[in-house]
Ligand binder design. Structure first.
Ligand code: SF4
Length: 401
């Protein structure tokens, strides 16, 4: 029997799909690429926005046309499996817990040994979130905070370095809620073959002084942090039930920059949140410029059932959201280019991930900056690259011999 897997959503979902992939293999299934005809398709869904929910349904329609059996799991199932069963009576709906821990696979694998289609390995160390940001449906679907044992995480990473993985991206639904994160990072750093350790995303209030000191103490910790801002306006941050003010956020950035001057920051912002007027929106755009993010993921607010924000007054029109998202994207790109120009004539370490369509080899620097390499190079190696130029959103450089 053969199976194809397709995944929507966050790094945690992608990690869990790798667990499913290895479990199928371990139970005698051949793994096929999604889109090829296969006996079974497993769809790992996401419902963080209306758009993701629609994409999940589109994947189900598409898979029902190419495969005898369609298994659906992930956040759509956690959110509303009854509706799914009604809409698609022919599919098999399986809760995540059952696939991960409760007897779906006879021979069970609970660690990943590879990360299909990736040069950098995502490592799930935490699940769940108890913050209940007013726009977010995730706490209702992923439940309370759960930590993986550090022993299991370290064994997993040791297995992956054996398969030649060099960079490890620690991830979770609320990564910073992991108890003993500093200790775990210090243990991972001790593994000789581990070359890079990256943190996928941290909430502002979860970044302690000891963590900043640790990240600044060793070159294995990548000088890059993704810290969701969401809004540059205090009134909106309160409506979002975010636990920091803009002043807290900017003070944190300054504190980290003092300890790690060359660090790059990326972030998430949400535009069109209920009650966001022109002034609040311009506070967000101004903050993006003042902080200087190397990349901004901009989301249009999408009302989710069960969330407090969905019931708020002053919902913003879709057209207005689109305009704000476009304005944010343009501003953020300009800021990003300015940040990237600081790296011209500098030498960066780049983990080569493969070839871009334009024929250039490509990878990310330790700061998580995208770099095109002029020469032919081997994939999955870390090389020194002298940056000579900026092309679109990528730095361009040549190998330092
Ligand atoms: S921290 Fe907020 S946005 Fe992130 S998963 Fe938790 S509730 Fe959602």
């Amino acid at each position: 029997m053969n199976v194809a897997l397709v995944t929507l959503g966050c790094k945690v979902n992608q990690y869990e799909s790798q667990i499913y992939r290895e479990n199928f293999k371990n139970n005698g299934f051949e793994i096929r690429d999604f889109g090829e005809s296969s006996d079974i398709v497993l769809i790992n869904t996401c419902v963080v926005t209306k758009r993701a929910e629609k994409e999940s349904r589109n994947l189900i329609h598409r898979s029902l046309r190419t495969s005898q059996k369609v298994i659906v799991t992930g956040c759509y199932v956690e959110k509303d499996n009854e509706t799914l069963k009604e809409k698609f009576p022919q599919i098999e709906v399986v809760k995540r817990e059952r696939l991960l821990n409760n007897g779906y696979f006879k021979k069970k694998v609970n660690k990943i040994h590879n990360f299909s289609g990736h040069t950098r390995a995502f490592i799930k160390i935490e699940d769940g979130c108890e913050k209940f940001c007013s726009y977010c449906i995730i706490p209702y679907l992923r439940g309370r905070v759960k930590n993986r044992s550090s022993k299991e995480v370290l064994e997993e990473i040791e297995g992956l370095v054996g398969n030649d993985y060099k960079e490890f991206v620690l991830t979770g639904v609320d990564l910073g809620a992991y108890e003993g994160l500093d200790n775990l990072l210090a243990e991972i750093e001790k593994i000789k073959e581990v070359k890079r350790i990256r943190l996928s995303s941290l909430e502002p209030k979860e970044i302690s002084s000891s963590l900043i000191d640790l990240l600044g103490s060793n070159q294995k910790f990548c000088p890059h942090l993704h810290i969701p801002l969401q809004s540059g306006d205090d009134r909106i941050l309160r409506l979002m039930n975010r636990d920091y003010s803009l002043k807290d956020y900017t003070a944190l950035i300054e504190k980290i920059r003092k300890k790690i001057p060359e660090i790059c920051f990326t972030t998430d912002v949400m535009v069109g949140f209920p009650g966001e007027d022109r002034e609040a929106f311009s506070n967000t755009v101004r903050t993006i410029k003042e902080i200087g993010f190397s990349k901004v993921h901009c989301f249009r607010y999408s009302a989710r059932e069960r969330t407090k924000a969905a019931k708020l007054a002053n919902q913003v029109k879709e057209e207005e959201k689109r305009e704000r998202a476009e304005a944010t994207r343009l501003s953020a790109e300009e800021v990003s280019r300015k940040i990237k120009r600081n790296f011209l004539r500098k030498t960066l370490s780049v983990l080569v991930e493969g070839k871009k369509r334009n024929g250039h080899f490509f990878g990310y620097s330790e700061h998580y900056l995208p770099v095109l390499i002029e020469e032919e190079v081997g994939v999955n190696q870390i090389i020194k690259v002298r940056i000579g130029n900026l092309k679109g959103d990528c730095l361009v450089g040549s190998i330092l011999c």
